[in-house]
Design a protein around this ligand. Structure first.
Ligand SMILES: *Cc1c(COP(=O)(O)O)cnc(C)c1O
Length: 364
């Protein structure tokens, strides 16, 4: 869609609005007769909702004539209990994308800088530009990891926020606790450090970040998490931040009133009650991830460490060909033109097709 150019005698949006980069959503699969197609382009959970979630959501549907509980009281209580944090240290929102908008809005004046790794989550520069703040992108290392030293070096007196995406979408690796501690020791205490843990449930590594312990130890650390990925509620838009009380209060202050719907609140609470089933599914996806990564490496692909529910292929100018070849096999990946492709871990059959593709593509 092209952006129409407003005429000068009509209302004009702020000048930064025209600079907002578009969000490229993962494509749905191409429908092919006689073949099941799979969507591996948005890091969604391939499993159906957790036990009890559909029932809770359906019960909430009956209340659609009423506004949601604006305080999301029951959801806050459930999150506080689950993670052992005071309710005043939480802020729920319409997905963690909503939280990122709120963070930038609450902490940045126009022209203030936000430092983040690149390539990373594509919503970051969108939220930052929308707020009139400036994006400072620090290239990831050759193996897809954050260059935390370079990120500290990029902090200026205009920097208000630093975003650490761990595991990093789309490249896959996580930072370690040792790395994060060393980084936090160097970041000035007035700079807010956002640890985006959208995929935290999938992390299986030594020296993994303990987000809750980290937030407890620092007055400038906020964690953002989501029900979209491991919990499988991407369609309902619900996420939460864990932060010291003054930061959480600022996030709640700028939140969209009644943003999180009644159905989303009910589904999130029911999902938190299905912890055992959640763990089982996440473990199954992690096992599939290991199988896929091992298969890719055996086929000669040098894929980065994958700590989320996706793998990254650095392809350069072969990216479009790779995406087209995937489409032929009935799987849709997320290409980043000229850079590479991110492929979600999905159903076993979908993952098998990815391995088939990677074998064929490497040889071609
Ligand atoms: C998917 C994702 C999110 C969250 O999305 P919501 O659906 O808005 O909660 C946040 N950060 C990263 C890095 C993601 O990949």
């Amino acid at each position: 869609m092209t952006t129409p150019q407003p005429r000068s005698n009509t209302p004009q949006p702020r000048s930064n609005i025209g600079d907002i980069p578009p969000y490229v959503a993962g494509k749905p699969p191409t429908v092919r007769p006689g073949m099941t197609s799979y969507k591996l382009s948005s890091n969604e959970n391939p499993y159906p909702p957790l036990p009890g979630v559909v029932e809770a959501a359906q019960a909430a549907v009956g209340q659609m004539n009423r506004y949601p509980d604006m305080g999301a009281t029951a959801l806050y209580a459930a999150l506080g209990e689950r993670f052992g944090v005071p309710v005043g240290d939480l802020s729920v929102a319409t997905g963690s994308v909503g939280l990122i908008y709120q963070l930038v809005q609450a902490f940045c004046d126009p022209g203030d800088e936000v430092v983040f790794a690149w390539r990373s989550f594509e919503a970051y520069p969108i939220a930052i530009t929308a707020a009139g703040a400036a994006s400072v992108r620090v290239p990831v290392l050759a193996d897809g990891r954050h260059d935390l030293d370079a990120m500290v070096d990029a902090i200026t007196d205009r920097t208000k926020v630093v975003l650490v995406c761990t595991p990093n979408n789309p490249t896959g690796p996580s930072v370690t606790q040792t790395e994060l501690d060393a980084f936090l020791a160097r970041v000035p205490s007035h700079v807010l450090v956002v640890v985006d843990e959208a995929y935290v449930e999938f992390v299986r590594m030594d020296d993994a970040v303990d987000g809750i312990a980290t937030y407890r130890a620092h007055e400038n650390v906020v964690l953002t998490r989501t029900f979209s990925k491991a919990y499988g509620l991407a369609g309902f838009r619900v996420g939460y931040a864990v932060a010291p009380a003054p930061i959480a209060a600022a996030l709640r202050a700028v939140s969209l009133p009644f943003g999180v719907s009644t159905v989303a609140q009910a589904a999130a609470i029911a999902s938190l009650e299905s912890e055992a089933a959640l763990l089982e599914r996440v473990d199954a996806l992690v096992a599939e991830r290991s199988r896929v990564v091992a298969g890719l490496r055996a086929a000669g692909w040098d894929v980065p460490d994958a700590q989320g529910n996706f793998v990254w292929f650095e392809l350069g100018d072969r990216t479009a060909d790779f995406a087209a070849a995937a489409d032929e096999l009935g799987i849709v990946v997320r290409p980043f033109a000229g850079e590479g492709a991110r492929v979600s871990i999905g159903e076993t059959e979908a993952n098998d097709r990815l391995l088939q593709l990677a074998g064929a593509f490497a040889r071609s």
